[in-house]
Write a new protein. Structure first.
Length: 121
């Protein structure tokens, strides 16, 4: 889990739409009963972009799994991603559908204090 710091602020923008394979997106949401299935999609992604995505299984009535670009997981936890998508994206997915999600994470700091300013340069 990422450390909690009151001076760090996260800003997240997301959008989603239906996709056709092959995807090279930030996040792919795999609806229940999708013809490709999570194993098939996982193998396809691994062939197209080795070690580029991590599969996250989801317990939801409409969603079977997420495939998250590993770049994103270096910035925000999988749990937080699932929490955000469950509220903002999952309600809109249909059975058998794949959604691509553009998920941009911006990290900004405020109130950075340094006593010895010579170390900044």
């Amino acid at each position: 889990m990422k450390e909690s710091n009151p001076d760090v602020h996260y800003s997240i923008s997301l959008s989603f739409e239906e996709i056709q394979l092959p995807p090279f997106q930030d996040i792919i949401v795999l609806g229940k009963y999708t013809p490709q299935g999570k194993m098939g999609l996982g193998k396809s992604l691994e062939l197209l972009l080795p070690n580029g995505f991590q599969m996250i299984e989801v317990e939801d009535e409409k969603v079977e799994a997420l495939f998250v670009n590993r770049r994103i997981l270096a910035k925000i936890s999988a749990e937080k991603i699932v929490e955000i998508l469950a509220k903002k994206v999952f309600p809109f997915i249909s059975e058998g559908e794949l959604l691509k999600v553009d998920f941009k994470v911006t990290i900004s700091y405020s109130n950075i204090e340094q006593k010895d300013y010579s170390q900044l340069w």
